[in-house]
Design a binder for this molecule. Sequence first.
Ligand SMILES: CC(=O)N[C@H]1[C@@H](OP(=O)(O)OP(=O)(O)OC[C@H]2O[C@@H](n3ccc(=O)[nH]c3=O)[C@H](O)[C@@H]2O)O[C@H](CO)[C@@H](O)[C@@H]1O[C@H](C)C(=O)N[C@@H](C)C(=O)N[C@H](CCC(=O)N[C@@H](CCC[C@@H](N)C(=O)O)C(=O)O)C(=O)O
Ligand SMILES: Nc1ncnc2c1ncn2[C@@H]1O[C@H](COP(=O)(O)OP(=O)(O)OP(=O)(O)O)[C@@H](O)[C@H]1O
Ligand SMILES: C[C@@H](N)C(=O)N[C@H](C)C(=O)O
Length: 426
Amino acid sequence: MIDQLYSVYLRSTGVSTDTRTLQKDNLWFALKGPNFNANKFADKALELGACAVVIDDPAYARDNRYLVVEDGLKALQQLANHHRKQFNIPVIGITGSNGKTTTKELVRDVLARKFRVLATLGNFNNHIGVPLTLLRLTANTEMAIVEMGANFVGDIAQLCAIAEPTFGLITNIGKAHLEGFGGIEGVFKGKTELYEHVAKQGGVLFVNSRNQRLMEKAGRLVSEIATYPDKDDVYHAELIDAQPFVKLRARSGKVVDTQISGSYNFENICAALCIGAYFGVPENEALEAIAAYIPENNRSQIKQLGSNTVVMDAYNANPTSMALALQNFAAKPGYKVAILGDMFELGESAAEEHAAVGSLTAGLALDQVIFCGELMKHAYETNEKAEYFEDKQELATYLKGLQLQDSQILIKGSRGMSLETLLESF
Ligand SMILES: CC(=O)N[C@H]1[C@@H](OP(=O)(O)OP(=O)(O)OC[C@H]2O[C@@H](n3ccc(=O)[nH]c3=O)[C@H](O)[C@@H]2O)O[C@H](CO)[C@@H](O)[C@@H]1O[C@H](C)C(=O)N[C@@H](C)C(=O)N[C@H](CCC(=O)N[C@@H](CCC[C@@H](N)C(=O)O)C(=O)O)C(=O)O
Ligand SMILES: Nc1ncnc2c1ncn2[C@@H]1O[C@H](COP(=O)(O)OP(=O)(O)OP(=O)(O)O)[C@@H](O)[C@H]1O
Ligand SMILES: C[C@@H](N)C(=O)N[C@H](C)C(=O)O
């Protein structure tokens, strides 16, 4: 079946899994999700111009344009792996608890100075997104950068079996998705599945030397590691300042002003510079790419609203990124207001981790701390000077009334809190 599927794919204009975005002559796959069994959209996909449709319910097949497989998702993953195997190019897998997308984009922009690169779009980083990324590989591609997300031990191993990365980077190990991973040990085990895969391929690992456990594990598994960002590392840079944006001294001594906020992004930048240096991108080109990068999509984005400066960090939140964001924010000058929403997917640790955020805020130089959401009640309990709103609408009304001026405002919470809607209040 894979040969038949592959020959149809090679004649197609690419793969689609969604009739709402399908392009003419795409090969369309019917997937099942929480809302739809897409087998029922197969006719529609053909009407919209699909060259063929891959379905896993034979009841929907009408002619030879309907390719019936046992499982649509597995067929997509097998096709992606088969396609990936046709390319003898570096494939860089990137995972980690925080900063995957930002780092992937920085790596992409740095490597694009020398190579024709393919990189994950947005954060299409799961069991569907990784295959879709690989199926965008063309004869033109010289290097692929594949972002890999995980909620459970075993996810990264599965994505590696599909993408077969020959190079690997774990940005960091933090307290994210603890519910699925069952704790920080699970995060370490799950993320380092990437190292184990790359080791089996005889590949190279890029390692953040600030994480001793990652260093030890990488050193045990592979013969070649390229480390960053400190003095004895392969790629060494120095953080000069993080306010309002990261400013660094690169390996060559050149000083770079970036448009990226948050001192934690220094490590993401160094990861990209380390990978660029490894692949021979001239440092001046790599630094230009870093200096030109502007974060999007509420990932530590700086927004100027009248006289107020907002750090909009509502893309996601977990105990590790929350603590770093708060420490970074507290170092800003001026009147500082931190608006913090619930952190999701923490399982049994949720109450304790929210309480820890409360204690942290109590000790930081912040003028106003406002918690929002059911879980943030636990933070409120450990910082009596803070304010608390269970309901986001009530908070929005309160913020409008506050009429803040000349303030620094941090907005951070999990994606599901959609805290970006609070911007209307300023
Ligand atoms: C399955 C799917 O692709 N769904 C997308 C779809 O969702 P929708 O709600 O419409 O319906 P269903 O999911 O039920 O649909 C089933 C299929 O039907 C298609 N369809 C539906 C209606 C229609 O009119 N025509 C159709 O053809 C539909 O396209 C489905 O194929 O649309 C949503 C809106 O666009 C999409 O958001 C939804 O996408 C899902 C969430 C998805 O997984 N997309 C991947 C491409 C992806 O990578 N998305 C990333 C998010 C990745 C992520 O959450 N990463 C986690 C890590 C988790 C990894 C680990 N668990 C693993 O499994 O590997 C992280 O923390 O980073 C993204 O969206 O950015
Ligand atoms: N190195 C880092 N350490 C801690 N937190 C970070 C780091 N890099 C980014 N973050 C935080 O994570 C947020 C999201 O960044 P990014 O999208 O790059 O991460 P991600 O790992 O791809 O997230 P997701 O898994 O949700 O796709 C940022 O806005 C910032 O708050
Ligand atoms: C947005 C998604 N990738 C994610 O990180 N979710 C967590 C639970 C969040 O939004 O904080």
